[in-house]
Design a protein around this ligand. Structure first.
Ligand code: ZN
Ligand code: ZN
Length: 201
């Protein structure tokens, strides 16, 4: 399994490309669709799905472009559908730029849903708080956790100051993820990777 980290868009959101056995899974294509597609072409691998850790605009703005270009399914938690519908407006409000609407049908993710890329299997772990439909993707074999904006290197956690957030849920979600083995590599939605062991301190 190979992981490529691509910081995209004004907020430098981490889009992750996960390649294994000639297939590639795309996590959080936040913007810069052309750039992401060039990286995929360089990998020479076949895209199989797009998965969203949550529905915030900075994680989803290139979803429509990529899903149409590759004709692949987009997976997200249904509780964040309202954010996907609002992504264009939010992007325009927060970034002051014109954005494309997220105009694709999404497939639902739930606790325990499995997503495969090549021989690698990811398990969905629900992680609400930052948004109601936040999820993490976990691969047990390589001990990799893609956690979106749940938690960050240095011990920061996702913001919970919007009306739909829950600081209490976020706390529970973080606690749950920190039960994973300490060598688990944590790939957050922004900035650098860390490990469960580092975050427990
Ligand atoms: Zn977010
Ligand atoms: Zn974010």
């Amino acid at each position: 399994m190979k992981v490529l980290t691509l910081p995209v868009g004004q907020l430098q959101t981490n889009c992750y490309l996960i390649e294994d056995s000639g297939e590639v899974g795309i996590i959080d294509p936040g913007d810069d669709g052309d750039f992401i597609m060039r990286q995929i072409a360089d990998l020479g691998a076949k895209p199989v799905w797009i998965a969203l850790t949550h529905g915030h605009f900075d994680h989803v703005l290139a979803v429509t472009e990529l899903s149409l270009a590759y004709n692949i399914p987009v997976f997200s938690h249904p509780k964040d559908n309202f954010l996907l519908k609002d992504a264009k407006r939010s992007a325009e409000y927060f970034l002051g730029v014109e954005a494309d609407p997220v105009a694709v049908e999404t497939e639902s993710l739930f606790e325990g849903t499995e997503l495969a890329v090549g021989k690698v299997k990811f398990e969905v772990k629900v992680a609400p708080g930052h948004t109601p439909g936040g999820v993490c993707l976990y691969n047990e074999e390589s001990k990799s956790l893609f956690c979106g904006d749940l938690m960050f290197k240095g011990g920061g956690v996702g913001r919970t100051d919007f009306r739909y957030c829950s600081a209490e849920d976020l706390k529970k979600s973080v606690k749950e993820m920190l039960k994973l083995p300490e060598e688990t590599v944590v790939y957050p939605g922004h900035e650098e990777t860390t490990t469960v062991g580092e975050l427990r301190k």
